[in-house]
Design a protein around this ligand. Sequence first.
Ligand code: GLN
Length: 484
Amino acid sequence: MDYRHKTIKELKQDLIDEKTTSEELFKEANELAHKYQDEYNSFVTIIDKYKKRAKNDSMINGIPYAIKDNFSTSNILTTASSNILKDYIPVYDATVYKKLKINGGVLVGKTTLDELAMGGTGTTAHTGVVKNPWDKKRLIGGSSAGSASAVSLGIVPFSIGSDTGDSIRKPASFGGIVGFKPTYGRISRYGLFAFASSLDHVGCFTRNVEDAAIVTDILKGHDPLDMTTLKDEDIKYSEHLDDDIKGKKLFYIKEICNIEGYEDENIKKTFKEFYKLVDKLKEEGFIVEEVSFDENLLNAIYPTYMTISCAEATSNNANLTGIQFGPRPKGDSIDEIMFNARTEGFSELIKRRFILGSYILQKENQDKLFLNACRIRRLIVDKMNELFKEYDGLILPASGSFAPTFDASSERLNPKATVLENHMAIANFGGFPSITLPMYYNNNLPVGINLTGKVRDDKTVLNMAKKIEDIVNLKNKVAGDENV
Ligand code: GLN
């Protein structure tokens, strides 16, 4: 088997058996990163010099990985894919990066994202669009576009991303890989550029569920530098992947899964596959039931997400002024410098979101817009928690279909498809652990299945996901594999 197909566990075994060295793995990853860069644009920065790491028995010791360019990495360019930070070199490390270093992970590069992690297409980075490894005419999705494509291409066996609305789990679906965001607070956000702090999560991309558990075991834990982190529960998720799932109860949402109202044939195909999977899950011991969810609440997911995320983003990004960070433009006064920095530094999408956010946060609008969105968020989370008293997980297609082409990505969706394409934000509203893994391939283009579980119950989510992965039997693919 070649390097591109190997999992963390397999590479680790090769290192133990001295079939390869960490430096050789780095060289391999570095060559692949360069080979694919012009075509796919996974990276903002590719690291070219192998750095000797401390040896220890961590599962990722000596293993190459990539990290999204919105994590602070000292002495390494960190742009968040925005012109306003295009020459910014941080002086401190994000906690996740520090942990990866201590464990001996080998950094291959900083990956491209939608500017400041806002957006879901992977097309808004200041260094250009990221393409889908399964079909270059299509997007990979975002915002963690480069992290997804780097794993999908087989450049690295795992990468780190952030997820505010679905930014790990959607590109995982379009890339044919696993994307996991654990419970809010499970992994420290210290050093992750804040987008919408109440929704932001750190997570990972891998090629199978076991590797996602391995990476989460390493990254999780309380961090005094992030007061929202949870106390560690001292459980290794990777040791519970084969626990018996018999009797575990899953639900899916009737209003989303009823195919009436979808026009696209490919969406219908996805649901056909979805129902086939549901039948197989039942055969293997899961209980799966259809549940009705208030349609008003479902229709409110996207506007609620936009209202809260734009408001928080506007406040969080107020420090990007050209004064503290990034290039400082000319200007006769501080006001003029800030005006020029923000005018030149942000793309249209970002400006639009900040205008929305400023409007939402205006004193006279706050109650009607911001606080109302917070109330709706609470209603959605309460409903989910009520369902989680009876069920262990929510299962739904991660996207209606495979990745859209670049031209099609700006088409307006009908209301039903809007819910289908945005339901994963529910997991951000409630901080629920949520994972996407491959479900099926439509003409060699992947479509993922998403599983969301109870808050703090990452163990069960990973355990159930592993079982689903065994049933689907599509793990460890890299782009270009045939007959999938
Ligand atoms: N697509 C969503 C947005 O546009 C999610 C982004 C994210 O999760 N970072 O904001």
